[in-house]
Ligand binder design. Sequence first.
Ligand code: SF4
Length: 348
Amino acid sequence: MATPLVGMNGRELEAFFVAQGESAFRGRQVAKWIYSRAAREWSAMTDLSAAMRNRMVAEGVPVGPTTVEERHVSADGTTKFVLRLHDQQFNESVQIVHPDRLTACVSSQVGCAVGCPFCATGLGGFKRHLTPGEIVDQYLTMQHEAAGRISNIVFMGMGEPLLNTENVIAATHILNKEVNVGMRHITVSTSGIIPGIERLLAEEIPVNLAISLHAANDTLRDKLVPINKTYPLGDLIPLCKRYADTSNRRLTFEYVMLRDENDSPEQARELVSLLRGVHCHVNLIPHNPVDGSGLTASDAQIIRNFRDVVQNAGFTTTIRFNKGQDETAACGQLRGRLPARRKAPARS
Ligand code: SF4
């Protein structure tokens, strides 16, 4: 298969068209079509000659590397897209509608090797990394259909982004420079991969960082976030503090609330001591149902009690309102395979 256009940066697109015997300007025109206007077909690029567009179609040069297999719209407007990749794998992306903005939640891998026991992706195992083009194409697919501009991007879909750091950084640069999404509107959510965080710091990529913490001691975190055995809290938390201090950004710590696992007042106080001195926000996530996890959600009152302990200690603390739960589009529910139930027809 010819290399898809999405995934090439501006310079690479220019070089591609020069190699085709066209001018570099064609590359800039096409960059505008695919990245600024989210065009998905050659036929949409109406200021290119019909002869050239027909030649590209005849040569099988795809605009993007993914196609929409299914879309599932939740009652709250959240839309989950199931995307087919060239090797017949699937990934999932979610467009989240807030009152004041649209957010694209993108995947970085097919599956995930970290294996958090409360997460559908982790329970399904790791298949492969996504390429920069496959990551950027998730945003463009959603933008193509969106009612307005998608202003925010969160790497909170399938996979651990900082175990695919090279491609995630390349995608972030395309999203920032070509698509024009501000780095401060991009959030990378990680289970705490220390070399990846250090790389973001070293390359001065000023994205927001969210840490999937879920436990405030190593014994429990080894169980809930198994990568903790490699990158324990004693190394991770000082690095988080350095990230916050160096980037002058407030970090987010994500904490999924699991009944009788990590939701007691004592564990809230343990969390407070762990995060003392880190410029951060704590986001408590009610657990979403996942088949086969064996874990259940904390009661709403238990979550509020936990929130009060952390908040009273001086941390900004929120309880995430789960969106998309009725279409398994919520946090921890993405699995990367076709659901057996209701199926919406793919649009071209
Ligand atoms: S929560 Fe994130 S890191 Fe853990 S298994 Fe799921 S996708 Fe991977």
